[in-house]
Design a protein around this ligand. Structure first.
Ligand code: ACO
Length: 402
């Protein structure tokens, strides 16, 4: 493939592939997807097994280092992450500068970008020990930054991390706890969130991961590259879809809950009306993550409450779409985002914050891809070509004669 690409370039021909629908940009050993069969595996392990039996820290290790950790490796990895959860006090002050109603995604991205000013040893992407340190710092500090982005938005004081807790428990406490009150982490909520993070942890060359790799291909450091990935995830066609799904379900509810009319509007391609949480560039079958999440949504909403009416609307919507030729012909099935918003909402997160949770989950995937890219001798700076369609050549006209 690489040789053919070089040959084509030397002949002056350019492959035009908007959206990179069929253009491979990298060889990767991290995640395998068979979109037609609905298969997803991290480092060869089926997502269903990891979601059921593993945990987010272990999956992060697996994605980044390629193998499941031994007991002692996992202990060491966990304790290193725990030792780095604190933020520099000056970095905390960054949050004061943002408007209170700022969307938490650009706040998070800015704070991650700022990490390379606090840890200048991260600037050389080929310095192994420092890349290792940046990896641990990101895994440890992004949950703290994410919790502070939330606290900022509701005007509550920031809590220091409690490193006797696990990563997800610590994050929940820093998000929902108050300094003067003890915060009991509900183990069912922690488990559900941990599993959602596992399901989001990697998805090969998606928009945000490709962004991380492209930015990193210029030898920009890990923090800068991940910060760019967070911005790519912000878009409603990517990570922002989980919030858009909930807004769609609430809209249908407000209009009286008529699913059929909404589906007709989608099929008529009314401007701005899409079935959010449906369709995927790679999956032309049921997204295996959506299958697991649908079951969890049902269990969690039953157990801790939440808006069951919205779950009913979601299920009806799915049923209607899956028996409609428009969606069948286009192979449009629920994707990972269709049911996640309902769970996040039941766990107490506001809609604006959903995409931040996606970013927390995707973090180890971004790190694993950046490291794979930087260590791959075949990596070249990403630099797509174009077909120029503008004016061929013309002479400058002075302003008085235009
Ligand atoms: N609702 C209605 N129609 C759709 C949808 C949808 N959600 N998704 C695709 N289609 C239609 C398109 O209009 C197109 O129809 P046409 O052939 O009549 O023109 C056909 O299906 C093919 O769709 P494309 O836009 O070519 O598919 P593409 O691979 O470019 O887009 C995407 C994939 C962006 C995910 C798209 O399906 C979409 O916008 N879905 C809704 C947003 C969403 O849920 N995003 C989350 C994706 S998963 C993730 O990031 C974690």
């Amino acid at each position: 493939g690489i040789e053919l690409g070089k040959l084509m370039a030397s002949t002056g021909y350019i492959t035009l592939d908007p959206g990179f629908v069929n253009t491979g940009a990298a060889s990767s050993a991290i995640t395998y997807i068979d979109g037609d069969a609905g298969i997803l595996r991290y480092r060869g392990y089926p997502i269903e097994q990891l979601a059921q039996d593993s945990n987010f820290i272990e999956v992060s290790y697996l994605l980044i280092y390629g193998e499941l950790p031994s007991k002692s490796q996992l202990e060491e990895f966990t304790s290193r992450i725990n030792r780095h959860t604190l933020l520099h006090e000056d970095l905390k002050r960054f949050f004061d500068g943002f408007p209170r109603d700022a969307h938490p995604m650009p706040v998070l991205s800015s704070a991650v970008s700022a990490l390379s000013t606090f840890y200048q040893d991260s600037l050389n992407p080929f310095d192994e020990p420092n890349v290792e340190m940046s990896t641990i710092r990101l895994l440890a500090k992004v949950p703290t930054l994410a919790a502070y982005a939330y606290k900022k938005s509701i005007g509550q004081p920031f809590l220091y991390p409690d490193n006797s807790l696990g990563l997800v428990e610590n994050f929940l406490r820093m998000t929902f706890g108050l300094p003067a009150e003890p915060y009991e982490v509900d183990p069912d909520i922690a488990k559900a969130l941990d599993m959602l993070f596992i399901l989001h942890a990697d998805h090969e060359q998606n928009c945000s991961t490709s962004t991380v790799r492209l930015v990193g291909s210029s030898e920009a450091n890990l923090f800068a590259s991940v910060s760019a990935g967070i911005q790519a995830l912000f878009g409603p066609l990517h990570g922002g879809a989980n919030a858009a799904v909930l807004e769609m379900l609430e809209g249908i509810q407000a209009d009286g809950g008529d699913v059929g009319t909404f589906v007709e509007r989608v099929k008529n391609k009314e401007e701005g009306v899409k079935l959010m949480g449906f369709g995927h560039r790679v999956y032309k079958n049921y997204d295996p993550r959506a299958k697991i999440i649908k079951k969890t949504a049902d269990e969690i909403l039953r157990k801790i409450g939440g808006n069951d009416q919205l779950l009913d609307i979601a299920m009806k919507l799915e049923e209607t779409a899956l028996s409609d030729d428009y969606f069948v012909e286009r192979k449009l099935y629920p994707n990972v985002d269709f049911y996640t918003g309902l769970i996040y909402r039941a766990l107490g997160f506001p809609t604006k914050y959903f995409t931040v949770l996606f970013a927390l989950g995707r973090l180890p995937g971004w790190i694993a891809h950046w490291r794979e890219m930087i260590n791959d001798p075949a990596t070249k700076i990403g630099r797509p070509r174009q077909i120029y369609t503008g004016e061929r050549q013309r002479d400058y006209v002075s302003i008085d004669n235009r």
